[in-house]
Design a protein around this ligand. Sequence first.
Ligand SMILES: [Mg+2]
Length: 262
Amino acid sequence: MADEVPPPSTLPYPPLHLDKKFVALSDWDGTITNRDSNDYLTDHLGFGLEKRRNGNLEILSGRATFRDAFREMLESVVKNGHSFEECAEVLKQNISLDVGFKNFYDFCKANDIPVVIISSGMAPLIRAVLSKLIGDEEAKNIEIIANDTIIHEDGTWEIKYRHPSSGYGHDKSQSILPYRRLPNPPTVFFFGDGVSDMSAARHADLLFVKQKPGADNDLAAFCTREGIPHVLFEDFDRALGLIKKVVEGEVSVGEAVKVGRA
Ligand SMILES: [Mg+2]
């Protein structure tokens, strides 16, 4: 599907990073952060963990689209009377970064590897949490390709999907495929953990799938079921060990995938 006609985007894209050897694209929720912020909102302020988890499994099995199931999760938060500002505050208090992300980010900066956040969450919430975690200045420099939020005059809010015609809501492959069409394409790393990354999984040159004890690990289940080559990683420090070897030419992308776990 993603290779055919791209879904029209309601939101702009930043320019592609041209003439880079490597580009790092990463999911935000549960990948760069330790827990998924939208799951957190749904579990604590919306219709609760059981119904949310059921929604994730419906997406994983293909019985529901991410777009529709995720919208319902967020609507349950709004129906319980929680404003967008309140949600941002709750997340700032409860969401933390992956233990190795800062090291990974510093390595990428030092090695001319752009890092772009590719999220099915809402950009204003990501910015708010990122600023709290790494400071306003650094947060401003990180590009985010995500969905957006519409805040109504009565204080209610809703998600604005980047690709409303796609069942993914935000088809993450659309952040990878344009790199493939460049005359001098970079090696694209993609990092993800959950159902929101299913649209990207087949398209990265090197896919890193986060697998944490006690977490849902839906992307790992999806990739195993679909036979999509990937490298499992528990945190960015682990991933960085392998990334360094690939960047330094010690290990090829093909060899890295065969390693299977960073
Ligand atoms: Mg995620």
